[in-house]
Design a protein around this ligand. Sequence first.
Ligand code: NAD
Ligand code: UFG
Length: 337
Amino acid sequence: MKHILVTGGTGFIGSHTVLELLNQNYRVTAIDNLSNSKLEPLKRVEKISGKRAQFRKIDLLDIKALDDLFASTNFDSVIHFAGLKAVGESVEHPLRYYKNNISGTVNLCEVMSKAGVKNIVFSSSATVYGDPEISPIIEESPLQAVNPYGRTKLTIEYILQELYHADDAWNVSLLRYFNPVGAHESGEIGEDPNGIPNNLMPYITQVAIGKLQELSIFGGDYPTHDGTAIRDYIHVCDLADGHIKALENLDNNPGVAIYNLGTGKGSSVLDVVKAFEKANKLKIPYNITTRREGDAAICYANVTKANNNLNWKTNRNLENMCRDAWNWQQKNPDGYP
Ligand code: NAD
Ligand code: UFG
């Protein structure tokens, strides 16, 4: 049985991936500093799967703790989710982002290298394409960091590629996620943002449950079919599945591989609102306001490479994403206890 270390394993995407790993009979150790998550999701994962992931509270900046972990456990591969992810916060506190995300990853890689564990799947982001001129976006599209958060993702991509160039025993999968939303269909695990959500789907579910009054749609004058901005929303369980496929592929395709993970389909903000209303039979009050600074008009993926090379495809559509996000919100109106 392969033993996988999942960093950021109590987070939104991490917890869904831990569940999928356990379902597929991997042994899992999750680490997290709990700066943006709680332990509860792993308890829920155990409830759903009937299997337990080991957990250690470890900060990636604590290299001694990482060293001890790798000295005491034989891991086959690492899936590396841990990081800070709020774009606005990264603009206000760039050093916090560089230190946490970049230094944390350097520590992790150093310890992995020492332990001879050289298989890594990394959470990159569509943010590395900056403000894309053309969609669908292919993996070879121009790269650009437009904020400190994006720069940490791009820098880590380069670090991992350079690591491979220096030592071809490394196997690296860089997964560029588009817009992960939704929740496990059980409604036991889902996205639990702190405070007022920045992202569209959790904002909509909080309007639906009455915590927020109405949705502000940022911009109604984009060059799109209805004037609102277009993104590629992907169900978090499809995304989790992509990680298992990427992990399996590390063995068959050594080296560095880069994949877009999205559905390949663009949806406008109004499309999402309508899909949510239809899927859940309720109304979302909204108001179209000015554009949000730094937002791209249109951003969706070409996912041919992941479809072909990873033998992976998404199975859930926008209505499924809206249904599952709402199910999670209703079952957990205040998020995790
Ligand atoms: P999340 O915040 O729910 O999970 C990240 C986890 O990392 C959190 O549990 C946090 O406590 C932990 N963490 C942060 N710094 C740490 C450190 N120094 N040591 C140990 N643990 C630490 O976020 P998520 O949405 O699950 O995202 C997971 C990864 O995917 C992140 O790297 C994020 O940048 C990337 N990503 C997310 C999205 C998205 O929209 N959710 C899109 C693209 C990429
Ligand atoms: N939006 C609204 N109102 C809101 C929230 C969002 O209209 O209250 C709009 C945004 O303007 C955007 C779309 O909904 O057009 C999606 O916004 P999100 O904040 O949900 O997602 P983004 O595409 O802006 O950001 C996501 C990740 C970032 C990542 C970026 C690029 O959250 O971490 O994709 O990959 F950097």
